[in-house]
Ligand binder design. Structure first.
Ligand code: B1N
Length: 830
């Protein structure tokens, strides 16, 4: 601090505060041309669109930079309690539009570029989105850091800078083929690497005890290490002059590492070893909700957790900080179990590195962590084999064992020798192999544990973590997920935003409850007409996007019925498909006159984990049904099935504002929350959905008349499972269902080849873990209610407006307030 200070004394310019370029069209043009000429090294006349995009991005960045430096400075001075959000995924979406919005530069930039003869829309289209996440969990992290910046909460996001994000999906003959996501190949203008602030992260080796002035201590003697290089990303608050930090770690081989081998004369081996180390941040694991237990994944988790803890202790905290006060200075929020290895890592830092007593260190650690659980599926609860963990992180395994020993002693003290309970609660599981249950470790170490929707939190307390809830009453809480209204309404749906702002003024963007005031406008025929025109224009825009992107045609006179989310059996894309096949079957069999079929365009968007066989078969089937239905003249173009490949945040921003109907049809009790459901409702789509996740809260808020509920409730699901679910009974009992399944099985969608979709069909008839057939009849009936409601366009529009008006609760700003009140206790700073 002292050296830095004297450096600033030397020149008057160095003393002046950093200021942004002038907020005018001329100022913007000047900055843009400077960035193009001096940053990109090209003249305007010779520049290509990517040069121009990079120069534009750097220009917007220049406007953010002064605010970022100021935010960092103030945070350093105030030392207020802050949030460290630890997440293995951040599904950020494109940065340029959001940065322009946050700085209020949208119009200035567009005008400035127009004066240079450039259409800003062409440059915005250049940006490759950073897809550093799989789905809801990663997008949630991105929404949360947006809200934290907008609400001026001291906070920092920590994660991994994957060189390859979620794979790019292509279809070959209807089947998913994965391509690498080279998002960095054209350069990323949004990141700032800081190799001088690297952390060294160690792995492997052994531990030993040693005598430290009469005290026996443990040290870890690792046998290899890597460098973690921080890359800073700016997270701008919306029009509030604050810019927070997202710090993503990239792996680099350490010098010591390659030199050792290099000096032994084996150059090729030294290079191989370097590649090995740098593999750690190479690629995002593409499994959503089903961890794979791979060694590289554990390496990733420890790599970013340890780097983040070290960064916070060494760089963010002042030197000589009294660590016993850490719980008043920081809360580490664990986004699912992926960063939970940070718990034993903090213990190791406090006990082994900084010499604190175990008891004191444990007290601190238990005050610093909070854990968000995002699932209910048993197969999604992460475990690491003791064998693997002990090999990679021997000291951490010892620490986990001791935590468990003391925890189980407390359990035994409370319940006597109830060994069944002790076994169920243990952090170490014994079957099918000895393993560390990361959710148990997280629960034991955390101040609070939260689920992500009311129903989910209730099921956590009553089922998945029931014994823990009994043991730690008060530890469990709920924070219902949210979405940022900046990206998912203001940016994605500019025309609806303008309509809302015309009615209410601009304040709703940071105070989404104000949308309630739209309820009276729902009764105004003129407002309804304008609202309907917004929907229609969003459909036309989607039409243009899909035509250009994929050569697909949306009929903008159709009802737009959308199901976009990861492909997973529990989400039940098969149920949606059975509805489509039933409609088609009705037409071709002559049972339903074509004039009675409501014209609908169905849009699917979904990636399947590359190793998830049945999910890939379902993608194949959707595409094949689409080819047949779309081409059959008997359908007269009244049904269209579109499946644009590579659904991502950018495409979501186009699809969601155009949708009429939102499909949220998971089996009750399986979808922890869902956040797509919120995005659709907030953009004026009506939901057809089960009583699951946050659907429950959406329906309560918008009202039963404006939501199409169907299907079994969670207790009904349990009841059916308990009495023994036999899917083929439903097949036999329902002629429509039988006919639809038989049509698929007959090879009608696979050129007569009955073998292609046999696995999908037998999975439905003889397994059907997520009870698609049991909910089929209710779903079809609900879709008939949808058709009837849609026939009255004006009433439908009124319901759509009421959905918008009543969904302010789902702002991620509200989620942040809940985390602050119930868990973090971090007041806003400035
Ligand atoms: O997290 C979202 C929820 O809205 C969804 O309902 C939930 O399914 C999703 C391992 C996950 N749960 N678990 C994951 C992702 C990646 C991975 O490697 C698990 N994602 C969810 C936000 O709360």
């Amino acid at each position: 601090h002292h050296i830095a200070h004297s450096r600033e004394e030397r020149h008057p310019l160095a003393k002046a505060p950093v200021t942004a370029p002038p907020n005018t069209v001329d100022g913007f043009v000047k900055q843009f041309l400077d960035n193009l000429n001096f940053g990109q090294g090209v003249a305007l006349s010779a520049s290509g669109v990517n040069d121009q995009y990079l120069a534009l991005a750097r220009t917007v960045r220049d406007y953010l930079m002064a605010r970022w430096l100021e935010t960092v400075r103030r945070q350093l001075v105030s030392q207020a309690k802050g949030v460290c959000y630890l997440s293995a995924e951040y599904l950020l979406g494109r940065q340029l539009g959001n940065s322009l919005l946050a700085t209020g530069l949208e119009d200035v930039a567009a005008e400035a570029l127009a004066e240079c003869g450039i259409d800003i829309a062409d440059l915005r289209a250049q940006e490759v989105e950073p897809g550093l996440g799989n789905g809801g969990l990663g997008r949630l992290a991105a929404c949360f850091i947006d809200s934290l910046a907008t609400m001026s909460v001291p906070s920092i996001g920590y994660g991994i800078r994957y060189e390859y994000g979620i794979f790019r999906q292509t279809f070959e003959d209807g089947q998913q083929v994965e391509k690498p996501d080279r998002w960095l190949s054209m350069g990323s203008p949004w990141e700032f690497p800081h190799p001088e602030a690297a952390q060294t992260i160690s792995f492997g080796g052994r531990t030993e005890q040693y005598d430290d002035d009469g005290v026996t201590r443990t040290r870890w003697i690792p046998d290899w290490d890597v460098l973690a290089i921080p890359y800073n990303y700016m997270v701008p608050g919306y029009l509030n002059g604050r810019v927070n930090t997202l710090r993503l770690w990239s792996a680099q081989a350490t010098k010591a590492f390659d030199l050792r081998i290099f000096n032994a004369g084996d150059y090729a081996e030294a290079v191989r070893a370097q590649t090995f180390a740098e593999n750690i941040s190479k690629v995002l694991y593409p499994e959503d909700s089903t961890p794979q237990g791979k060694e590289l994944r554990l390496q990733q988790q420890y790599f970013f957790a340890a780097a983040s803890i070290a960064d916070f202790l060494d760089v963010v905290l002042p030197p000589d900080y009294d660590l016993t006060k850490l719980p008043d200075r920081a809360i580490f929020q664990l986004n699912d179990t992926h960063p939970v290895i940070a718990v034993p890592e903090l213990m190791r830092q406090l006990v082994d590195v900084r010499g604190l007593e175990w008891e004191q260190a444990w007290e601190i650690t238990q005050g610093c962590f909070a854990y968000t659980c995002h699932t209910l599926l048993p197969e999604a609860l992460e475990v690491w084999s003791v064998d693997l963990l002990g090999r990679l992180l021997p000291r951490h395994l010892e620490i986990i064992y001791r935590i468990n020993e003391e925890f189980l002693a407390a359990v035994r003290e409370r319940y006597g020798d109830d060994e069944l309970r002790v076994r169920n609660m243990s952090i170490i599981g014994e079957h099918p192999e000895r393993s560390v249950r990361m959710a148990h470790l997280a629960t034991v170490a955390s101040v609070k544990v939260n689920g992500v929707a009311e129903l989910h939190s209730q099921l956590l307390r009553e089922k998945v973590l029931h014994d823990f809830h009994e043991f730690y009453p008060g530890k469990f809480t709920n924070v219902t997920n949210g979405i940022t209204p900046r990206r998912f309404l203001r940016l994605a749906n500019k025309s609806l935003s303008e309509l809302i702002t015309d009615a209410l003024g601009p304040g709703w963007v940071t105070d989404l409850d104000r949308l309630r005031e739209l309820e009276t406008y729902a009764e105004d025929p003129e407002f309804r007409e304008r609202f309907a025109e917004v929907k229609a224009s969003n459909k036309r825009r989607l039409n243009r996007v899909l035509l250009e992107r994929d050569g697909l045609e949306v009929d903008d006179t159709h009802m737009l019925d959308v199901m976009v989310k990861r492909l997973h059996e529990y989400k039940r894309q098969m149920l949606k498909l059975l509805h489509i096949v039933t409609l088609y079957d009705g037409i071709v069999s002559g049972r339903v006159p074509i004039s009675e079929v409501t014209p609908r365009t169905f849009i699917f968007g979904a990636k399947a984990a590359p190793g998830y066989r049945i999910a890939k078969d379902i993608i194949h089937l959707i595409n094949k049904v689409g080819s047949v239905v779309n081409a059959d003249p008997a359908v007269e173009g009244r049904l269209k099935v579109l499946f644009p490949p590579n659904y991502n945040v950018t495409l979501a921003e186009r699809i969601i504002p155009a949708a009429d109907l939102s499909e949220q049809i998971s089996l009750a009790g399986k979808e922890a929350s869902g956040t797509g459901n919120m995005k659709f409702a907030l953009n004026g789509a009506l939901t057809i959905g089960t009583d699951d996740g946050a659907n429950v809260e959406i329906r309560q808020l918008v009202g039963d008349d404006h939501f199409f509920l169907f299907g079994m409730t969670e207790p009904e699901v349990e009841e059916l499972a308990a009495k023994g679910y036999v899917p083929s009974d439903f097949y036999r009992a329902d002629p429509n269902l039988r006919s639809a399944i038989d049509l698929i099985a007959s090879g009608a969608f696979s050129g007569g080849d009955r073998s292609v979709f046999e696995p999908v069909i037998s999975n439905l008839l003889y397994n059907d873990r997520f009870m698609v057939l049991a909910d089929y009849a209710a779903y079809i009936a609900a879709q008939e209610r949808v058709d009837a409601a849609y026939a009255d366009a004006d009433t439908w529009t009124r319901s759509a407006i009421l959905n918008v008006a009543r969904c302010g609760f789902f702002s991620s700003d509200r989620s942040m307030r809940d985390y602050i009140d119930r868990i973090w206790h971090t007041p806003p700073s400035f």
